[in-house]
Design a binder for this molecule. Structure first.
Ligand code: ME8
Length: 716
C-alpha cells in the first residue's frame, strides 16, 4: 500500500466571490497535492464551500434570492475559478450536499448519545460575520471589528470544557501538530487561560500550568434562523424549538464527511483517508481547527488530524484583504493580465500560464505563516526577475545552444557531474521544505539552482567554446550538464508551475511531464534522464517579459471591478450593501413620505435655509441593520422595523410598506436618525427615522452603502 496523503483547504464561505486570499490557500494545497502524487502517494485533495449559517442567510436576503440559489451561484464562481487555474482537487464538497448533511447529523447524534451535548439557555454577544459567541457586554467589538449582537437562545451545548487538559497534552506532545510555532503557542495560551493572576492552577502531563475552567462549553445549535442542518433525533424531540446545527460544527465536519463519514457505503474510503494528514488554514481560523475540531473528534472517539498549518494574511493597502473591507484583488485580474502576454495561446491555456505566475509569486514572496503585502509592482518585478530572466531564460538559452550546435540532439558526454552537488542540495532542500510547508524556502531553493546553473553556463561560456572546434567535447559536457540540471529543476518546480514545466519537459524531449508523474517516474529525481541521442522537442518562448502595460492592465481591471458601476453589474452577493445606495441628492424622508412636490427632472437648486456645522452635527445619523421587518395590521403604508445599532436595538416605524417587501429588508444596512425624539403611531413607538431619498414621484429609496459598513457607524 502506498503512503497516503489527505490535504484540505478551508471550505470558503459563499457570502462573497473568491479573491486572491482564497486562491493563496488553494494554491498551497494544490502544490502539496501535486508533489504528493509525484512522490507516488495515494493523494486526496479536498476543497469546497461553506454554505450555511446566518451570514449566508443574510447575504441571500440582501440579494433578494433564496439561500440555496445564492449558495449555488457563489459556489459555482469558486469552482469556475479553480477550473480556470487548473487546481487539481480530487473533491469539491458543499455543505449543502445531502451526504454531508447526513454525516453532520451523524456526528451530532454520536456526540449527543455519548453525553457530550446537552440542552441549555444562554444570553450572549454574537459576532455574525465570524459566526461565534464572544465574551463581553452588549456592543462589545467582535473579532471582525464590529459591535456584536445580543442573542438569547435555548441551545444545545457541547462539553468543550472537558477537553482543556486532553488538548493541552495532545498539542504539547506533538500528537496534534500545529504550525508555525507562534500559532501553536497562541492555541496553548488560549487553552491554558490566565495562569498568572494568582488563582489556582493545575499542571498538564508535561508540567505546564493551566487554569481549570478557562475553556467554556460551546453552543452548537441555533434557533434564530433556519438556514442550516436540523438537529437530528433523538436530541430534536427534547425541545419545542427548531434548532439548526452551529455552522462551525457543520463546516468542520466536512473534512470527514467528504471521505465518507456517516455513509455506510463509504466506510472503506473513510478508513483509507481519515485522519487527514494536513489541514491548511488562514491564521484567523486556527482556534476553530485546533480547539473545537479536535475536541469534537475526541468526544466522538475519532482520530485527530495529524497537522494543522496556518498561513498569514495577504494584506492589500495595509490591511487584511477581505471583502468586508473592500480591499480585495481578484484572481481573474491576474489571469487576464498575465494571460495576455501569451497571445498565441487559447484562453484556457493563457489562464493556466498566468495561474503559474500567481502561484510562483505568492509562494515565493511571502514566507508561509507570516502576513505579507500583495502589490502589483512586486508581482511584476518578481515575474521578470525570476521567471522571465531567471528560469525561462536559462531554459531558452541552453536549449538554443543545443539546437544551434548539435542539431537539437542533447550531446553525449562522459563526465557530467559538475552541477551534481547543486542539484542534490536543491532536491533535499525542496523535500525538507515542502514536508514542513515552507513553500518560500522550497521556491528559493529552486531559484538558487537557477542561479547556480546560470553561473555555470556563464563561467564556461559555451558560445565561446562553440567557436573552437577543439573544444567540442567540452561544449558537449557543459550543455549536457546544464540540461541535466534543468531537467531536475523542472521536476522540482512542477508542483509550483504545473503548466510551464509541462512545456519545458516537452522542449527537453521528455514527453509529457504529467504522464511521467502518473507513471511514478519522478519519485526519485536522480534516476532517469536523457538516453543516447535524446532529441529536444520544439522550442518556444516560455515567459515573455512583462512591461508597464501589464501593470496598467491589472490596475485598470481592479479599478473597474471596484467602481460603483461594476458593483451594480456584479452578482448581488458580492456586497451586503443596498443596491439602491443613496444618490447624491439624498434627503431625509419623513417616516411617512411627504407627497411629492418636484419630479426628479425638475430638481433644481433647493432654497432650504443654510445651517451651521453645529446644527448639522446635532443630527445623529447612524448605520443600522434591519433585524425584523413586518407589516402593521390595518396600515398600508407603515412597516414595523427592529434595527440593530450595535450598541442597542430600536423599533422604527417607516412609511415604506408600498415600496419595500419586508422580507427583502431583513439583514439590510440602513441609515437612521438615531436621536429623533420618539413618537407614537398606531399605538406603537417609533424610536428614530429611516433616511431615504425621495425619487421621482416621491418613491423612497433607502440610503445605504456599497461597502459593508459596520453597524453603529456615524455619518458626518
Ligand atoms: O473562514 N489572506 O471561510 P472564509 C490569506 N468558512 N488568506 C485568506 C485571506 C487573506 N486576506 N482571505 C481569505 C471561513 N483567506 C470558513 C472556513 S473551514 C471548516 C470553514 C483564506 O471564506 C484563508 O485560508 O472566510 C482563510 O482561512 C480562508 O480563506 C477564510 O475563508
Amino acid at each position: 500500500m502506498p503512503e497516503k496523503f489527505y490535504v484540505t483547504t478551508p471550505i470558503y464561505y459563499v457570502n462573497a466571490r473568491p479573491h486572491i486570499g482564497h486562491a493563496y490557500t488553494t494554491i498551497a494545497a494544490d502544490v502539496l497535492a501535486l508533489r504528493s502524487r509525484m512522490l507516488g502517494r495515494d493523494t486526496w485533495f479536498l476543497t469546497g464551500t461553506d454554505e450555511h449559517g446566518q451570514k449566508i442567510e443574510r447575504s441571500a436576503v440582501a440579494a433578494g434570492i433564496p439561500p440555496q440559489q445564492f449558495a449555488d451561484e457563489v459556489s459555482a464562481s469558486f469552482q469556475s475559478l479553480w477550473k480556470r487555474m487548473g487546481i487539481s482537487y480530487d473533491q469539491y464538497i458543499r455543505t449543502t450536499d445531502p451526504a454531508h448533511q447526513r454525516g453532520v447529523q451523524q456526528l451530532f447524534r454520536t456526540l449527543y448519545e455519548r453525553g457530550e451535548i446537552y440542552l441549555d439557555q444562554y444570553t450572549g454577544q454574537y459576532c455574525v460575520s465570524e459566526e461565534m459567541f464572544v465574551e463581553g457586554p452588549p456592543g462589545t467589538i467582535g473579532p471582525d471589528g464590529r459591535p456584536t449582537e445580543t442573542v438569547t437562545e435555548e441551545n444545545f451545548y457541547f462539553r468543550l470544557s472537558r477537553f482543556q487538559k486532553p488538548l493541552i497534552d495532545l498539542i504539547e506532545s506533538h500528537q496534534l501538530a500545529i504550525e508555525p510555532e507562534s500559532r501553536k503557542n497562541e492555541v496553548l495560551s488560549f487553552l491554558r487561560g490566565s495562569v498568572s493572576d494568582g488563582g489556582e492552577n493545575l499542571l498538564s502531563d508535561t508540567g505546564v500550568a493551566y487554569r481549570p475552567g478557562a475553556l467554556k462549553d460551546l453552543s452548537v445549535s441555533r434557533t434564530s434562523f433556519d438556514w442550516g442542518i436540523p438537529v437530528p433525533e433523538p436530541a430534536a424531540s427534547t425541545t419545542q424549538q427548531k434548532h439548526v446545527i452551529y455552522v462551525w460544527l457543520d463546516a468542520l465536519a466536512n473534512y470527514m464527511t467528504a471521505v465518507g463519514y456517516g455513509d455506510p457505503d463509504r466506510q472503506d474510503t473513510f478508513n483509507r483517508y481519515w485522519p487527514a494528514d494536513l489541514h491548511l488554514v488562514g491564521k484567523e481560523i486556527v482556534r476553530f481547527h485546533c480547539v473545537y475540531w479536535p475536541a469534537f473528534l475526541l468526544a466522538a472517539g475519532l482520530p485527530l488530524p495529524k497537522r494543522i498549518t496556518a498561513h498569514g494574511w495577504l494584506l492589500f493597502e495595509e490591511s487584511k484583504m477581505s471583502k468586508s473591507r473592500g480591499n480585495i484583488v481578484r484572481t481573474e485580474t491576474i489571469l487576464d493580465s498575465f494571460g495576455a502576454l501569451k497571445p498565441e495561446l487559447d484562453k484556457a491555456e493563457q489562464d493556466l500560464f498566468a495561474a503559474d505566475v500567481l502561484r510562483y509569486f505568492l509562494l515565493r514572496e511571502i514566507p508561509f505563516g507570516q502576513d505579507g503585502s500583495f502589490s502589483f509592482d512586486a508581482l511584476l518585478a518578481r515575474y521578470n526577475a525570476e521567471l522571465a530572466n531567471g528560469y525561462g531564460n536559462l531554459v531558452s538559452r541552453t536549449l538554443k545552444l543545443i539546437e544551434q550546435n548539435f542539431d537539437g540532439v542533447i550531446p553525449e558526454s562522459g563526465l557530467t557531474t559538475e552541477l551534481t552537488s547543486a542539484t542534490t542540495a536543491a532536491i533535499t532542500a525542496v523535500d525538507l521544505a515542502l514536508d514542513r510547508q515552507h513553500f518560500t524556502t522550497a521556491v528559493q531553493a529552486c531559484a538558487g539552482l537557477v542561479t547556480a546553473t546560470d553561473g555555470y553556463i556563464s563561467e564556461h561560456a559555451p558560445w565561446k567554446l562553440a567557436k573552437d572546434s577543439a573544444q567540442r567535447d567540452r561544449l558537449a559536457t557543459v550543455l549536457r550538464t546544464a540540461t541535466k540540471a534543468i531537467r531536475i529543476l523542472t521536476a522540482l518546480l512542477y508542483p509550483v508551475l504545473p503548466y510551464t514545466t509541462e512545456r519545458v519537459w516537452q522542449q527537453l524531449g521528455l514527453g509529457s511531464l504529467r504522464r511521467a508523474v502518473e507513471n511514478g517516474e519522478l519519485t526519485n529525481l536522480t534516476h532517469g534522464g536523457f538516453g543516447p541521442n535524446a532529441r529536444l522537442g520544439k522550442l518556444a518562448p516560455l515567459f515573455p517579459r512583462a512591461d508597464k502595460d501589464t501593470l496598467t492592465r491589472m490596475i485598470d481591471a481592479e479599478q473597474k471591478s471596484t467602481s460603483p458601476e461594476a458593483g451594480a453589474q456584479q452578482l448581488a452577493p458580492m456586497t451586503e450593501a443596498t443596491p439602491d445606495a443613496a444618490p447624491a441628492s439624498s434627503a431625509l424622508a419623513e417616516v411617512v413620505p411627504e407627497p411629492p412636490n418636484q419630479s426628479a427632472q425638475e430638481i433644481g437648486r433647493p432654497d432650504t435655509p443654510q445651517i451651521t456645522i453645529d446644527d448639522f452635527l446635532k443630527v445623529d445619523l447612524r448605520v443600522a441593520r434591519v433585524l425584523v421587518a413586518e407589516r402593521i395590521p390595518k396600515s398600508d403604508k407603515l412597516l414595523r422595523l427592529e434595527v440593530d445599532l450595535g450598541y442597542e436595538q430600536r423599533q422604527i416605524l417607516a412609511g415604506i410598506a408600498e415600496f419595500y417587501d419586508p422580507a427583502n429588508l431583513v439583514g439590510r444596512n440602513v441609515v437612521i436618525v438615531a436621536n429623533l425624539a420618539p413618537r407614537k403611531m398606531r399605538g406603537l413607538e417609533s424610536q428614530g427615522m429611516i433616511v431615504a431619498a425621495s425619487v421621482g414621484d416621491g418613491t423612497p429609496a433607502l440610503a445605504g452603502f456599497l461597502d459593508d459598513i459596520e453597524i453603529g457607524a456615524r455619518l458626518r
